[in-house]
Design a protein around this ligand. Structure first.
Ligand SMILES: Cc1cc2nc3c(=O)[nH]c(=O)nc-3n(C[C@H](O)[C@H](O)[C@H](O)COP(=O)(O)O)c2cc1C
Length: 350
């Protein structure tokens, strides 16, 4: 199980997730068993010119080796220079985002828009490989819309350009994050290329991830919304990979301890980005940045509705701790997640 020279102890990764897969959440997922985690997407132009937000994206725990940075831009030259800047700041793997469906990104010709033309894909990958000098991976969708599914061609183009792996989200750009992912496309891409394939789409539970690996033959599985509020999914997957029985869901105390650890990691992350700012302001910003995670952690649990009503007014780590105590006082019936609760939505992400 490897990408370029990098070997992984498992095949279940945290997907790149804008507003979600930052240093704190990557660390928690990896501690719970994720074999690897991508950064959220970072503008190649931002990397070239450098700014505070870019520094935050590149903030990594020293244990994150290899470190993979996902970049986006429309022009091969910008991608190449952005990739080089990422490598100069520690990236061991560069992933090119050719999957983002957002208008603001696609409108510039980046994200999913880039993958409309396989020749452009090959040229972009080649330019990035030459500039980066580290393994380059590419994340694509099945196509632009149902009438223009081109993932096999695009994956082949990425391979021809020198990509070390290709990740496929089995939805079209037109689908956004709704409808269902077509895992058949992942199987087709796996058959079509010789490089490792990472599968993505509709991995809500550990059982889904295992089934995706089995049914599509993909080499790695990206867990995305299924990890939001449930990083313990990686503990289950690690147990399954190692042939151990499934671990029990987290107890109330384990759950609350992880939520509070996430809050503390977020405070440290914010403090590194905002040196010199009054501590109270940094804390407020960190808790605000955590809001979607807090909603996901409490989704479908008894007390969650009351917690959600209060979530916008939480400003400090102490506020979060007190609200957890108030709304989720102890173990007992109702603490476990209600399986009928709606899944995490992309709109919840900050
Ligand atoms: C909130 C959110 C942010 C995302 N950000 C990125 C991103 O920065 N880069 C990327 O390649 N994909 C991004 N994705 C797509 C996911 O990596 C994944 O491919 C997609 O959610 C499908 O998996 P799922 O149906 O299991 O959630 C994002 C998805 C969501 C929901």
């Amino acid at each position: 199980m490897q990408i370029g020279p990098h070997r992984f102890t498992g095949r279940f990764f945290l997907a790149p997730l804008a507003g979600v897969s930052d240093r704190p959440f990557r660390l928690l997922c990896r501690e719970l068993g994720a074999a690897f985690a991508y950064t959220e997407m970072v503008s190649a132009h931002g990397l070239i010119h450098g700014n505070g937000q870019t520094e935050a994206y590149l903030d990594r725990d020293p244990s994150e080796v290899p470190f993979a940075v996902q970049i986006f831009a429309a022009e091969p030259e910008a991608l190449a220079r952005g990739a080089r800047a990422a490598v100069d700041r520690g990236a061991d793997i560069v992933d090119i985002n050719m999957a983002c469906p957002v208008k603001k990104v696609c409108g510039t010709g980046a994200g999913a828009s880039l993958a409309r033309d396989p020749q452009a894909v090959e040229a972009a990958v080649r330019a990035v490989c030459q500039a980066a000098g580290v393994p380059v991976t590419v994340k694509i969708r099945s196509g632009w819309d149902a009438g223009s599914v081109n993932c096999v061609e695009v994956a082949r183009a990425a391979e021809a350009g020198g990509a070390s792996a290709v990740a496929l989200h089995g939805r079209t750009r037109a689908q956004g994050y709704s409808g269902s992912a077509d895992w058949g496309r992942i199987a087709e891409v796996k058959q079509a290329v010789g490089i490792p394939v990472l599968g993505s789409g509709d991995v809500w539970t550990a059982a889904d991830a295992l089934r995706m690996a089995r049914e599509t033959g993909c080499d790695f599985v990206l867990v995305a919304r299924g990890a939001c509020g449930n990083p313990w999914i990686f503990r289950e997957l690690q147990a399954a990979e190692q042939g151990r029985p499934p671990p029990p869901p987290p107890t109330r105390d384990e759950w609350a301890a992880l939520v509070m650890r996430h809050v503390r990691l977020q405070l440290e992350h914010a403090a590194r980005r905002r040196p010199g700012e009054p501590a109270a302001e940094t804390e407020r910003a960190a808790v605000r940045a955590l809001r979607s995670h807090l909603l996901w952690y409490t989704r479908g649990r008894r007390g969650g509705v009351h917690f959600r009503r209060e979530a916008a007014s939480l400003c400090t780590a102490g506020d979060v701790e007190a609200a957890l105590e108030r709304h989720f006082p102890s173990e007992g019936p109702g603490f476990e997640v209600d399986p009928s609760a709606p899944p995490p939505s992309a709109e919840d992400a900050s």
